[in-house]
Structures are given as C-alpha cells and as structure tokens.
Design a protein. Structure first.
Length: 350
C-alpha cells in the first residue's frame, strides 16, 4: 500500500452510540471505508450492548463499560482473523449497538374475533386486548434471527413480528380453553400468566425477554353482547310474581296524584289479579297440581257453622267519585275532600 493511500485512510478512535433517536433497537456504527484503530476506545453505556461482526459472523459481545480494543479484549475476532498477539494494524469489522432498555406499554389485540365453543352460550366469538413489555436479552441471537444487516432496526419493525406471535398464542389459548366466557372475563390475571408462560420461550428464541404480559379486556361482538345484556336483565327480574306486586304497589301512589288517574287503579288491579291467577294456574299445571275451578267453592267442614255474610264494602272508585261530586257542588271543603280521599286510599292499600 502506497504512502498516499495510507494517508487517505480514515481511522476510528472512539466507538460509541448516543441514542439520539427514540424507538431504535439496533444501530450499526458507520464504517464504509473507515477502519478501526488498534487500541481504539469502545464505550458501551448502561442499557446498551455492542457486537462485533466479522464477515457476517457474530464475534465478540460487550456489555456496559469502557474497553480498549486489543487482541486481549477481542479474543474471538483475533481467532477469526488469525491475528498474531503482536499484531497492531488497523482492522475492519462491523460494530452494532443494541438497546437493552425495557420497551413498556406495547399494545396488542386480536384483529379478528376468535371463535370457540362455550358451555353456556354455545358458539361464541371473542376479542381480546392488552399490553406487554420486553427487552433485548441476547444481542447475538437478535442479530442472527431478527435485525440482520440493517443499519437501523426499530421498535416498529420488531413489533410487527412480535404482535403476530402474541395474537397466535392468544388465539390458541382461547380456542383450546374450556373455560366459559364469564369465567374467562373474571380471571384475566390467570389467563395473562398462562399466556406469558407460553410466549416466554418463543421470545427467547429471538434473543428477546418477555418482561410482562397483560390481558386487559376480553369482549364479545356487539350483537352477542346485546344478547348477553338481555339475559342478564331477565335474571335480574327474579320472581315475576313479586316483580308484578312491586310494580302495582308503586303505581298506586303515582296514579292517586292525578284526578283522572284514580280510575286507572281499579283497572290496573283487576288486570294484575287476572295475570296473577293465569300465571298461578299455568305453574300449577306444569307442576302436576290439581286446579280448582273458580265457579266451584271449596267444600266446608261439616262441624263448622256457616259464617254470616259480610256486608260488601263500597267500591273505592265510586266512593272517591262521590266525594269529588260533593266537592264540586261546594257541599264539602277541599280539606274534607283530601282527608276523605286519603282515608279511602289508606284502606285500599292496607
């Protein structure tokens, strides 16, 4: 090599990476026609690792610290290049820095619903979403399996592949699970742990450590969610007989507040009684119990004397209408009317 060509050579004395750009996982130190000066300084900061690659093969790997590059600190590269221990000429090698910082809050989700057989709802389609975090643990594996010869490899480049692995594991877990949907939604912590255990060796194959995996939500498609809401509402109604009694009891005071509404109370009570009788007869028939005809009174015991008939009570609606007529004609005061009306309603609801 001539003196002129030697002078034109450019040598690198310091190798380091300042990470001046977010989201970068691997960065190749610019080399091109540059050569590394023997005895140059290599600085690897905390949350970084550096890898020397010789002719496409991973050689020496450095963790955080400052190093003087010699045959002693580059044993593998020295072996690959067949250097003599006294060799002190500049050399060429690819130097790639890797970020080992935790990548937090990375999102994942099933692009399409996962169909599975549910013991309560039959065939259902589920969707799941969550977050995970990871970091590069083995830069040699990561270089060989993932980043390769690229000058820059980013978080977005990696997650396109990681997300597919996460969703595949999630789909397998949901598809093979025999746990009902309602139990899955209530045990997302256990599901997260189970899927993390499945994913850990898959991530490790690529030199990546799965730090955390969380299932935030497991949901049904909108049409199935509506059906589930309807079923929940029916379950909340409980005993329909008691539910009807409650509705009737709450409607009486509201109707009594309106003058025209009091007439509807009798109709409502009659309808409620008829509905209750019909439901009772239907339940009795379903349970195999004999029904008594309303036209045939129950037989009375011979030893008990017949009770005298009680005088029929006045129709409350008619009584209230009479009170209203007296008020309109000025025969009673408004206070008398309100007092009498309250007494009639009290007897009606007691």
């Amino acid at each position: 090599m001539s003196l002129g060509s030697f002078i034109r050579k450019q040598f690198i004395d310091i190798l380091q990476w300042n990470e001046d750009r977010d989201g970068v996982l691997a960065w190749r130190h610019p080399m091109q026609d540059f050569e590394i000066q023997y005895g140059a300084s290599l600085t690897v900061r905390e949350s970084q690792m550096a890898v020397f690659v010789n002719e496409g093969k991973v050689a020496d790997v450095f963790g955080p610290g400052m190093y003087k590059l010699t045959t002693q600190t580059l044993p593998i590269l020295t072996y690959l290049k067949n250097w003599d221990k006294l060799f002190e000429s500049p050399f060429k090698s690819d130097v790639i820095f890797f970020s080992t910082r935790l990548q937090l809050g990375r999102r994942w989700g099933t692009a399409q619903p996962v169909t599975l057989r549910d013991s309560e709802f039959g065939m259902v389609r589920l969707r799941a979403f969550g977050v995970y975090s990871y970091q590069i643990s083995d830069p040699g594996k990561f270089y060989r399996e993932i980043s390769g010869t690229r000058d820059v490899y980013t978080v977005d480049d990696l997650e396109a592949q990681l997300r597919n692995m996460v969703v595949a594991a999630m789909t397998t877990a949901l598809g093979s699970s025999k746990v009902p949907f309602l139990d899955i939604a209530g045990n997302q912590g256990l599901m997260s742990q189970s899927i993390a255990e499945q994913l850990a060796p898959v991530f490790d194959r690529y030199g990546v450590k799965l730090d955390n995996f969380t299932v935030e939500n497991v949901s049904l498609p909108e049409e199935l969610q509506k059906a589930l809401d309807t079923r929940i509402s029916m379950g909340m109604a409980g005993d329909l007989g008691k539910f009807t009694q409650y509705q009737t009891a709450t409607s009486i005071p509201l109707a009594a507040q309106n003058e025209g509404g009091i007439a509807g109370i009798g109709a409502g009570l009659a309808a409620g009684a008829a509905l209750g009788q019909t439901m009772a007869q239907g339940l009795g028939a379903a349970q195999g119990q004999p029904q008594q005809s309303p036209q045939q009174p129950a037989p009375q015991q011979a030893q008990q004397p017949a009770q005298p008939a009680q005088p029929a009570q006045a129709d409350p609606v008619q009584r209230l209408q009479q009170l209203k007529d007296l008020l309109d004609k000025g025969l009673i005061t408004a206070a008398d009317y309100d007092s009498a009306k309250a007494e009639v309603l009290k007897k009606l609801t007691s």
